[in-house]
Design a binder for this molecule. Structure first.
Ligand code: ATP
Length: 234
C-alpha cells in the first residue's frame, strides 16, 4: 500500500532522515519507534505531504505521490493525526469532527460512529474543544481524522503526555476500528512498549535511520531493543 524508497529529508541544510526505505501492506498496523529526535515526526510529515523531502520517492496504492499536495493525499485516503493533536480549540467538538469530513463523503452515520467509539465526544458535542482534557483532545483528533475516511491512517505520538490508562483506551478503540474497517495504520511513538503491543510489526529508528524491524513480539523480546528503549519501563 505504501512504499518509501531512499527518502532523505531535513531542514535547511541539515539532513534528518537518511535514505529511509520502508513498505507497509494494506491492512497492517505498523509502529515506528525511536527516541526523541530520531526523525519520526519528520517522516510522518513527509508521508502526509506537509514537509517536502530532499530526495527519494513515496508510492501509495501503486502511484508515485512524492509531489502530491497534502490535501490531495487526504482526499486519496492518507490522513495524519498530528503530534500535539492540533484540534481547533475555539470550535465545538462537533464542528471539529465535521471539519475532518471536509474532503470526504462522511455523513451523520460517521459522526455517530465516532461518538460510539469515544462516548465522551457525544457528551461534549456542543462544547468548545479547547476545554477538553489532553486525552479527550487526542480522542477528538483521532475521530476528526477518521471522519476523512482514511485508508492509511498516520498517527504521530498519540500517547504523548497521556496517562497509561488513557493510552490503553485509545489504542483499544483504534484496534476495534481496525478490526471493523481494516484501515491500515502507521503509528510513530516514543512509548515503545505500548506501540509494539498495539502493532503487528515494528520499525526502530535511530537518528534518521532504520536500525531494526520485525514482528512486534520479536522486537519486544530483542535484548538490544529492550536495553535501548524498555529499560526504564521493565
Ligand atoms: P520527537 O519525538 O521529539 O518529536 P522525532 O523522532 O519525531 O522526535 P523529529 O521531530 O522529526 O524527531 O526531529 C528530528 C530532528 O529534526 C531533531 O534533531 C529536530 O531538532 C530537528 N527538527 C525538527 N523540526 C525542525 C525544524 N522545523 N527546523 C529545524 N530542525 C528541526
Amino acid at each position: 500500500m505504501l512504499g518509501v524508497t531512499g527518502l532523505t529529508a531535513g531542514y535547511g541544510r541539515i539532513e534528518v532522515l537518511h535514505n529511509v526505505d520502508l513498505a507497509v501492506d494494506a491492512g497492517e498496523i505498523v509502529a515506528i519507534v525511536g527516541a526523541n529526535g530520531a526523525g519520526k515526526t519528520t517522516l510522518m510529515n513527509v508521508l502526509a505531504g506537509i514537509h517536502p523531502p530532499f530526495a527519494g520517492s513515496i508510492t501509495y496504492e501503486g502511484n508515485d505521490i512524492t509531489a502530491m499536495p497534502a490535501h490531495v493525499r487526504v482526499a486519496s485516503g492518507i490522513v495524519l493525526v498530528p503530534q500535539g493533536r492540533r484540534i481547533f480549540g475555539p470550535l465545538t467538538v462537533e464542528d471539529n469532527l465535521r471539519l475532518g469530513a471536509y474532503r470526504s463523503a462522511a455523513d451523520r452515520s460517521d459522526l455517530t460512529a465516532m461518538e460510539e467509539m469515544f462516548p465522551i465526544l457525544a457528551e461534549r458535542r456542543g462544547q468548545g474543544a479547547g476545554g477538553l482534557s489532553g486525552g479527550q483532545q487526542q480522542m477528538l483528533a483521532i475521530a476528526r481524522a477518521l471522519m476523512a475516511r482514511p485508508r492509511l491512517l498516520l498517527l504521530d505520538e498519540p500517547s504523548m503526555g497521556l496517562a497509561p490508562l488513557i493510552v490503553e483506551q485509545i489504542f483499544d478503540a483504534l484496534r476495534t476500528r481496525h478490526k471493523r474497517e481494516g484501515t491500515t495504520i502507521v503509528v510513530v511513538e516514543q512509548n515503545v512498549s505500548a506501540a509494539l503491543a498495539f502493532a503487528d510489526r515494528g520499525i526502530v529508528m535511530e537518528t534518521g535511520r532504520i536500525v531494526a524491524a520485525g514482528p512486534s513480539a520479536d522486537l519486544l523480546n530483542d535484548t538490544a531493543v529492550q536495553d535501548a528503549f524498555l529499560g526504564a519501563e521493565n
